[in-house]
Design a protein around this ligand. Structure first.
Ligand SMILES: C[S@@+](CC[C@H](N)C(=O)[O-])C[C@H]1O[C@@H](n2cnc3c(N)ncnc32)[C@H](O)[C@@H]1O
Length: 313
């Protein structure tokens, strides 16, 4: 089973695809450091660093996956329905029409279901249906699939019409009745050192950071891991935060506080313990946080890929 991956980043989605049994024959992104991290962990993939719109020919594949950027939709990003990033799904549709894989999976931020972005979501579903796919979309929370993090994302899954089957989204495996216990921050990072020098962003906690509660405890799931380290949630050994007034919080005590390291962020995203961040240029601290925070949690992507019907023979 072969897969082509677009907007591949450091390979969160693709780790899930590989764990499902696919070989990723081609991956693509514009970020050179994302490629370096990806190849340090999956050296067998042909990873092309270039703008997706410049790729003329995509290799044959059974599955196409892609998580086009979300700046236009995300709560943290620019809330502009016409943002230029919003049109990258057209590139995904171009690859879909060229490859005509048996199935495809798209991931994006859940903000896409909000009223003012709804037309963009509808346009994507329309393009994918016109390409000849039965398409379904659903918002899933990574915490329900064995990830120590509250992260709600929309998945769009399509199966080529000639198979005449409908995709069924996976049911939660963690944290519900009859399911396994939720994976906690302690489960994800409890074995890591408390003060790993050079691995956490140590600039001040600016007013915007202090405008909300940023800390969850060891036995909780984490708040959403983001790509910008300034907004990274607090490590649970940091003091609790207490509300002063609307949009103003403070630390309960003067004990030292710090954000999650990029390595902890990757663990909380569900990357394997031995996941490697190579020291290739430009391996800045910000770059490491960025690729880790941009990723799709591998266990979540794996759950979605594993729920595909057996159409591979
Ligand atoms: C949400 S991230 C993808 C994360 C990735 N799927 C993972 O799980 O690690 C979106 C990616 O799209 C890339 N990107 C943005 N514009 C692009 C373009 N024009 N061509 C190719 N990649 C692009 C960004 O650099 C970013 O890594």
């Amino acid at each position: 089973m072969k897969a082509v991956s677009l907007f591949s980043g450091c390979g969160g989605s693709d780790a899930g695809v590989v764990a499902t049994g696919f070989e990723v024959v081609m991956a693509n992104d514009i970020l050179p450091y994302a490629r370096d991290v990806y190849l340090a962990n999956h050296p067998e993939t042909d990873y092309q660093v270039k703008d997706v719109s410049t790729i003329e020919h995509f290799p044959a594949a059974d599955l196409l996956v892609g998580c086009y950027p979300c700046q236009g939709f995300s709560q943290g990003g620019l809330r502009d329905p016409n943002h230029k990033y919003n049109t990258l799904y057209i590139q995904f549709a171009r690859a879909l029409n060229q490859i005509k894989p048996k199935a495809f999976i798209v991931e994006n931020v859940s903000g896409m279901v909000r009223q003012n972005f709804r037309h963009l979501l509808e346009d994507q579903l329309k393009l994918f249906r016109e390409a000849g796919y039965k398409v379904k979309a659903e918002v899933l929370n990574a915490a329900h699939f064995g990830v120590a993090q509250e992260r709600r994302r929309i998945f769009i899954v399509g199966i080529r019409e000639d198979f005449n089957v409908e995709y069924q989204f996976p049911v939660r495996t963690h944290g519900g009745e009859g399911a396994e216990p939720t994976v906690t921050i302690r489960d994800a990072i409890g074995d890591l050192p408390e003060w790993p020098e050079g691995e956490f962003y140590s600039r001040d906690f600016h007013w915007y950071y202090m405008s909300r509660d940023r800390r969850n405890g060891w036995e909780d799931t984490s708040r959403t891991i983001v790509a910008n380290p300034r907004h990274m949630p607090l490590h649970p050994m940091s003091p609790k935060m207490v509300k002063v007034q609307h949009n103003e919080w403070k630390f309960e005590t003067d004990e030292p506080a710090r954000r999650f390291t990029y390595r902890e962020a990757a663990r909380i995203q569900g990357f394997a313990k031995d996941f490697v961040f190579p020291e290739t240029k430009p391996a800045t601290l910000e770059m490491k946080y960025k690729v880790a925070g941009n990723a799709v949690p591998p266990p979540l992507f794996k759950a979605v890929a594993q729920a595909l019907p057996n159409i591979w023979a």
